[in-house]
Design a protein around this ligand. Structure first.
Ligand code: UD1
Length: 380
């Protein structure tokens, strides 16, 4: 009988949860694999964490580190210390991990990868190789560091593969597996559309926009945030918008005294952060998505919904070259003119990229099996 190989799977923040759900399911197909699910606690609010576990049927984490919020250094350091201690303990109890799997680009991703690699435990990075080339984004630093120390690099789009090969990674460690977040989207979209979310917000299918905003580059400066809110307020006069507000953005709006800009607009529905199904119910039936979220750029592309991306660059170029995205930067004029294109049905929507087909987790786990199991991969 083969002994089980133990994998630590790390999740910390909201965008991680929809990526780990299908990976856990796919790993269950291999009785030789044991998954230890570790929640760092970077996100801890019910709306940013628990609701995703409930709705996506993710089992309770085996270990919850409860790290919480803090400066980047503090949060990263606390995750590193906590993960190091549990990895060392596992080694001491003769239950070592075969590899540590990290997803995405949040602080927890980089911290876990650093702790593991320094203990000579292989690191597998899912969603590797994405580059915005904008080092002012904390996520770009997390991506660069994580990829530079990962042993297996699993990419969601061809640009990821190209970037990693350009950076000198060996071809045998880099695999194009597709977009695992879209696995979750495709399996949940029918159920999401059955939610009563549109009725609750008083919206009709195809006749509203969804807005999300949380990047420091957009929300941390009063002038930038104010200009974006002004355009949204203007838009909401023609097209109702629903705006689930991230805690960081909420606190900046309060701090800068900008509550009245959207508060005064009858077309604007301000909400708390939404659970996965409510959010997908809204985005899948929206006329347009206006966002600075990497995840929503990809989800809009998979759903065929126009996405106006409030960023000067994107690490997910396929959402613009093939998908439904357009980079707007923080130009109020461009946002306004693109919204007019959408409203008059002149906006071009592209197509869904290859391998964003609901099977990415199976491909990921096949790569893991080939690398780490003596029995090799089982065909999907
Ligand atoms: C993090 C990720 C970002 C991801 C985003 C999704 C990093 C560097 N950034 O950004 O890539 O797109 O999550 O939401 O990892 N807070 C709460 N409740 C929580 C968590 C946070 O109120 O459960 C507040 C705290 O005041 C905290 C602030 O939000 O300081 C920022 O949280 P943090 O996890 O540091 O970064 P995000 O902006 O959420």
């Amino acid at each position: 009988m083969t002994s089980k190989k133990r994998f630590a799977l790390i999740a910390g923040a909201r965008p991680n949860f929809m990526k780990i759900a299908p990976i856990i399911k796919a790993m269950e197909r291999y009785p030789e694999m044991e998954v230890c699910l570790i929640h760092t606690g970077q996100h801890y609010d019910k709306n940013l964490s628990d609701v995703f576990f409930q709705e996506l049927g993710i089992r309770k984490p085996d270990i919850a580190l409860g790290v919480g919020s803090g400066s980047h250094a503090k949060q990263t350091a606390e995750v590193m210390v906590a993960i190091e201690s549990l990895l060392v303990e596992a080694q001491q109890h003769q239950r070592p991990f075969t590899a540590v799997i990290v997803v995405g680009d949040v602080n927890s991703t980089m911290a876990a990868a650093l702790a593991a690699t320094k203990l000579h435990i292989p690191v597998v990075h899912v969603e590797a190789g994405l580059r915005s080339r904008d080092r002012s984004m904390p996520e770009e630093i997390n991506r660069l560091v994580t990829d530079s120390i990962s042993d297996l690099l699993l990419c969601s789009e061809p640009a990821g593969v190209e970037n990693l090969l350009d950076e000198g990674h060996s071809r045998e460690n880099v695999h194009l597996v597709g977009n695992v977040m879209i696995d979750t989207l495709l399996s949940e979209v029918a159920r999401a559309k059955e939610q009563k979310t549109l009725q609750e917000f008083g919206l009709e299918p195809g006749k509203y926009g969804v807005v999300t905003l949380h990047r420091p580059g957009n929300v941390d400066q009063k002038e930038t945030l104010e200009a974006i809110l002004q355009v949204l307020s203007k838009v909401s006069k023609h097209l109702p918008i629903v705006f689930p507000v991230h805690p960081r953005t909420r606190s900046r709006i309060d701090q800068f005294g900008l509550q009245n800009i959207l508060g005064a607009s009858t077309g604007c529905r301000i909400a708390e952060p939404l659970g996965y199904l409510d959010c997908l119910c809204l985005t899948s039936q929206a006329k347009v998505v206006v966002t600075d979220s990497g995840g929503l750029q990809e989800e809009s592309t998979a759903l065929g919904v126009p996405c106006l991306t409030l960023r000067p660059n994107t690490e997910r170029p396929i959402t613009c070259s093939e998908g439904t995205g357009t980079l707007i930067g923080n130009s109020a004029e461009l946002l306004d003119s693109k919204l007019q294109e959408v409203l008059s049905d002149r906006y071009k929507v592209g197509s869904c990229p290859q391998l964003w087909d609901g099977q990415a987790a199976l491909r990921i786990v096949d790569v893991l099996a080939k690398r780490y199991l003596s029995t090799g991969a089982r065909s999907a």
